[in-house]
Design a protein. Structure first.
Length: 361
C-alpha cells in the first residue's frame, strides 16, 4: 500500500512540473505575441491580422517605385503576418493540450478516489462485520422450566431473581395458603397446580383433591371454581395424581370438563401408565408433558445434571419441559445455570404453546 501511494505521489508531482513548464512557455509566447502585435501596429497601423492575406501598405511605402514597393512591403509584412499566425496557432495548440491534460488529471484523481473509497469500504466490511452465529436466538431449541407447588409470595420473589423465564405453577387455595388467587393477579405467565389422586393415601389429604371415583358434575364444578379463581390462567398440571392419571374414565371426565372451561392439560407424568396422551388426542389438544424432574435429588450438581439432560432433549426434539420445586437448592442451581442453557431459548409455557403448536395468546 505504501509503494502504491509513493508512485501516485511521484506521478502527481511530474504532472505539476509539466503544467508549470507549459505555463512558462505560454507566458513567454504571450509576451512575444504582444510585443510583435505592438510593433506591427506601430509600423503598419492599417494592417489587419484577420483580414486579407495581402495587406495594404501605408502611403509612405507606396511612394517608392512600384516593383520595389511591392517587393519591400511583401518582404516586411509577410514574415510578421506569418509569425503572428503561427504564434496564434501554437497558442491554441498549447491551450488545447493543457485543457486535455487537466481533464486527464481530474479523471485520474477522481478515479483513484472512487477506487480508494470502494477498497476502504470492502476492507471495513471484512474487518467490522461480525460473523453470524450458526444458530440465531429465534431458531434455538425451546426449553420450559416450571416450578410446581407455589403457595407463598416469597417463592414468587425467588423465581423473579432467576435471569430467564420460569413458569410458576400455583396451588389453588388450601390450608397452606388461601391467598394464591391474589398472588396470581397481575401475573402474565403462570399455571394452576391441580391436586389429583395419588397411590399414596398420605398425599391425598390436599384440599379438594380430585379422585378417580368423582362424578363428572363434581369435576366440572371444581374446574369452574378454578376458572373463577384464576380467570387469566390457561394451563394446569397435576399435583401427584399417579392413580387418577392412570384411570381412563377419570381422565375422560377431566378432559371433557377442561375443554368446556378452556383449560389445557400438562401431564406431570407421575405415572408411567398415564392416559394423558390418549385423552389429549381424543379432545384435539397437543400432548404437553414433563420431560425431566430436575430436583428429585436436591443437590446443585444433580439439579444441573438434570438441566443438561433437558437441554439434550430440547436439541434433539426441538423443545423440552423441565419441572422443579421451590427448594433453596433448586433456586440456587437455576440462577447459576446460564452456561448450561446457552444453547437453548428458555421460554414460558404459553410461549412454547404458541410457537410450537400455533396456540393463541
Amino acid at each position: 500500500m505504501g509503494t502504491s501511494q509513493s508512485a501516485r505521489n511521484r506521478a502527481r508531482n511530474r504532472r505539476k512540473d509539466q503544467k508549470s513548464k507549459r505555463r512558462k512557455r505560454l507566458l513567454i509566447l504571450g509576451i512575444f505575441v504582444g510585443v510583435a502585435t505592438l510593433v506591427a501596429a506601430a509600423l503598419f497601423p492599417d494592417l489587419s491580422l484577420t483580414g486579407s492575406a495581402t495587406p495594404e501598405l501605408p502611403a509612405s511605402v507606396n511612394k517608392a517605385p512600384a516593383a520595389v514597393g511591392q517587393k519591400g512591403a511583401s518582404a516586411l509584412a509577410a514574415p510578421k503576418a506569418s509569425s503572428l499566425q503561427e504564434s496564434q496557432s501554437q497558442l491554441a495548440k498549447e491551450l488545447s493540450l493543457e485543457t486535455k491534460e487537466k481533464k486527464r488529471d481530474t479523471e485520474a484523481r477522481v478515479g483513484f478516489g472512487l477506487e480508494d473509497l470502494i477498497q476502504k469500504t470492502r476492507s471495513s466490511k471484512e474487518v467490522k462485520t461480525p460473523k453470524k452465529s450458526s444458530r440465531s436466538k429465534e431458531n434455538r431449541p425451546l426449553l420450559v422450566v416450571i416450578i410446581d407447588d407455589i403457595s407463598q409470595p416469597g417463592q414468587l420473589r425467588q423465581i423473579r431473581k432467576i435471569p430467564y423465564p420460569v413458569t410458576p405453577s400455583i396451588f389453588p387455595p388450601s390450608s397452606m395458603s388461601t391467598r394464591t388467587p391474589r398472588m396470581a393477579r397481575g401475573l402474565k405467565h403462570y399455571m394452576v397446580h391441580l391436586p389429583l389422586e395419588s397411590s399414596s393415601a398420605r398425599m391425598n389429604r390436599f384440599t379438594k383433591t380430585l379422585f378417580t371415583g368423582d362424578s363428572y358434575g363434581r369435576i366440572d364444578s371444581r374446574l369452574r371454581e378454578l376458572r373463577r379463581l384464576f380467570p387469566s390462567a390457561r394451563f394446569l398440571n397435576n399435583h401427584t395424581g399417579s392413580r387418577f392419571t392412570s384411570d381412563s374414565a377419570a381422565m375422560k371426565r377431566l378432559f371433557k370438563a377442561m375443554k368446556k372451561e378452556g383449560w389445557i392439560f400438562l401431564d406431570s407424568r407421575t405415572s408411567g401408565r398415564s392416559k394423558g396422551k390418549q385423552m389429549a388426542r381424543r379432545y384435539g389438544q397437543p400432548y404437553l408433558h414433563r420431560d425431566v424432574f430436575i430436583d428429585n435429588v436436591r443437590t446443585p450438581s444433580a439439579i444441573l445434571a438434570q438441566l443438561k439432560k433437558a437441554v439434550r432433549i430440547a436439541k434433539r426434539r426441538g423443545y423440552a419441559i423441565a419441572i422443579g420445586h421451590p427448594h433453596p437448592e433448586t433456586f440456587r442451581a437455576l440462577r447459576s445455570a446460564g452456561k448450561i442453557l446457552s444453547g437453548v431459548r428458555v421460554v414460558y409455557l404459553d410461549e412454547l404453546y404458541r410457537l410450537r403448536f400455533g396456540g393463541g395468546r
